[in-house]
Write a protein that binds this ligand. Sequence first.
Ligand code: MC0
Length: 141
Amino acid sequence: MDEIGLLRIDHVGIAVADLDEAIDFYERTFGMRCVHRETNDEQQVREAMLAVGPEGGVVQLLAPTGPGSAIAKFLDRSGPGVQQVAYTVRDVTAAAAALRERGLRLLYDEPRRGTGGSLINFVHPKDAGGVLIELVQPAGA
Ligand code: MC0
């Protein structure tokens, strides 16, 4: 079987209703630092990346921009909380193909645009023990 090419945990994604309020909570309570913010129209999210600490780790806060957003649906069903675990991969197309070969459902036929110009795809949570898994190929990789 082909290698998936996982490199590390890219981020843990948390669904929130109010982005500014959530950033404030993580900064004040845990001393995390907001290092990036952006709106992704295709995914219908406003997001913020928070650096956990000096040794690494990133938390992504995700708020919906409209009712059709996957985050809006998640919040309606489950309330705020962990929505996804994302892994950095060398090559998202190759990783998706290797996972399909193992019988898992990938959500997109082709990678889409993620944070900071990355390329992303997702494994359906029902094929991964109830966890939505995002594959992230960083921009320029
Ligand atoms: C749904 N389910 C989940 C789940 N979302 N389980 C764990 N984690 C989640 N996040 C479960 C439901 O509870 C339900 O279980 C079953 O999956 C329903 O599956 P479905 O009917 O096929 O699907 P939907 O309509 O609930 O949608 C789920 C799906 C969707 C994962 C397909 O959320 C999606 O397309 N996600 C990918 C895009 C995304 O998440 N975008 C936002 C982040 P039961 O047992 O009740 O049947 S954007 C992002 O992350 C970007 C900006 C980035 O990082 O670069």
